[in-house]
Structure formats: C-alpha cells, structure tokens
Design a protein around this ligand. Structure first.
Ligand SMILES: [Zn+2]
Length: 83
C-alpha cells in the first residue's frame, strides 16, 4: 500500500488573494518546492535566541527556487509545526 504524505498546510486557510497564483517558475502553493516559512515577532526572535521555541505569528509560503512569496497563513495547524 502506498501512502502519500499530504502536508498539512495543503488544507489550510491561506490568504493568497494578494499574492500571485504561481511563482516565476510556475509553482503554485501546493508544489513541493513551496514551503511555509515561519515569521516571528521581535519578542519571538529573542525567545529563539534564548533557546525557547516561540509560536510564529504567521507563516509565508515561499518558493525554494525563486524565493517568491505565494501566500501567508495564520492557520494554527501550520504554525504549530514550528513551535
Ligand atoms: Zn519559484
């Protein structure tokens, strides 16, 4: 039996209306090269430096190849993966 791992962010509420549907290389938000990148507040960064694991404020979906941002999300399901 083949189990296809579906990243949890594929079912997440993503605010992508202000972002392009695809990046320069033609990847959309569900492409494996596009990954969520956690964004922290200043206080969050301080906690990271101190070795703590703060919850990110939001995550950006970034293409690994061209670094274009395809969307942002505040979905707790996604943010939990970073904390
Ligand atoms: Zn790209």
């Amino acid at each position: 039996m083949i189990v296809v791992a579906v990243p949890s962010w594929q079912n997440a509420a993503v605010a992508s209306s202000t972002f392009p549907q695809t990046c320069r290389c033609g990847h959309d938000i569900k492409h494996p090269l596009v990954h969520p990148e956690p964004k922290y507040t200043t206080a969050g960064w301080l906690m990271l430096l101190l070795g703590a694991t703060p919850s990110p404020r939001y995550a950006q979906f970034v293409c690994s190849r061209c670094s274009m941002i395809l969307g942002v999300t505040k979905d707790p399901k996604i943010l939990r993966e970073f904390s």
